[in-house]
Design a protein around this ligand. Sequence first.
Ligand code: SF4
Length: 413
Amino acid sequence: MSGQDHRPAAGQGLCLKGMTSEELQEFARRQGWPDYRGRQLAEWVYRHAAQDFADMTPLPAAVRRRLQETAALGTSQVQALQQAPDGTAKFLLALPGGDAVETVFIPHSYGGSVCVSSQVGCAMQCAFCASGIGGLVRSLSAGEMVEEVLAVRRWLKGATDSELPRPVGTGGLRVTHVVVMGSGEPLQNYDNLLRFLRIAEAPWGLGIGFRRITVSTAGWVPGIRRLAEEDLPITLAVSLHAPDDGLRNQLMPINRRFPLDQLIPACRQYAQSSGRRLTFEYVLIRDVNDRPEHARQLVQLIRGILGHVNLIPLNPVAEHPWQRPDPGAVERFARIVAGAGIPVTVRREMGTSIDAACGQLRRRVLQAAPETAMMAREPRTGGLWVAPQGLGEARLDYADRLPHGHREIPADQ
Ligand code: SF4
């Protein structure tokens, strides 16, 4: 596995989160400990989501002391938390190395998905997205992506800061799926992404099968081609959002670098080599890309590729002028795609009342004063809300969730 990145925060030791079981055994050997100590470490880092070496009580006290001196666990702090009445919860996690990143928990009837961010900010600058507004800050390490999932697991188990609001309506739910659809372009952070995927899948790691993992890309063609050769049975979601280069150049600047005549063949290659159905994400924006002729062009573009279309009525972002489409336009669009024999879904509404589009919560917190965090209950919506001072006035009326297109994932994926 390449791209190892265990950068500790200043003054801390080697970060164990993000290391494989084999690497943890090697770490144990270097300390003069038997291999099984490394396997124990994997169990405590990943399965038990330990926040502190002191919690690893089966390990001898001398071992725990040595770990405190030489290693780090990369535990995040929940800086802000919003929860909608339907149970969707959005976290802003302060990472040990500085920076804050958004993670979302989405409950389903059969379990729950964690939407993982792969970068702080994003370089892709999609026209309708809050994450791209400030540009890319940095890519996340594999351990930081793992920590996003573990932070949600701790919260669901109640093993987290006692001052945080408890989960609502998610009783007994577990994290069963991972979608890498938060802020960032994951395929631009390829090596760390791949390491994360392997740890997410491993029985000694997060134990989430590849078939329950989805990676979303804005269309980073070299990454799609590389991923096609890895032979991992994950689902790839490609954000199309426009059926021709002219419109896609406006909505997604990445299209100028990788236009549709490069992107679509890469998608075809991925579907053929993985045998997995691609998801084409399509954010519908009123009077921009939601007309019947756009639907017909989309059909021509992707016809013959094993895939389905996920339509996402836009989440308006205050900083951009785009508007949500009329329900009639959404229905018309879906009917044309379905009529051509291409499976189509319209994203169900979830997480109403929270800063739903990706990057919105982080931007609001950065615009306020993060050092003066306080908790409150959001009065109008009933959503639980932990916020820096000043955010109580923030708009919480965004209609639904993330521009990347979270969706109800069938239980068999
Ligand atoms: S939609 Fe995704 S790829 Fe585009 S700017 Fe936002 S986070 Fe980046």
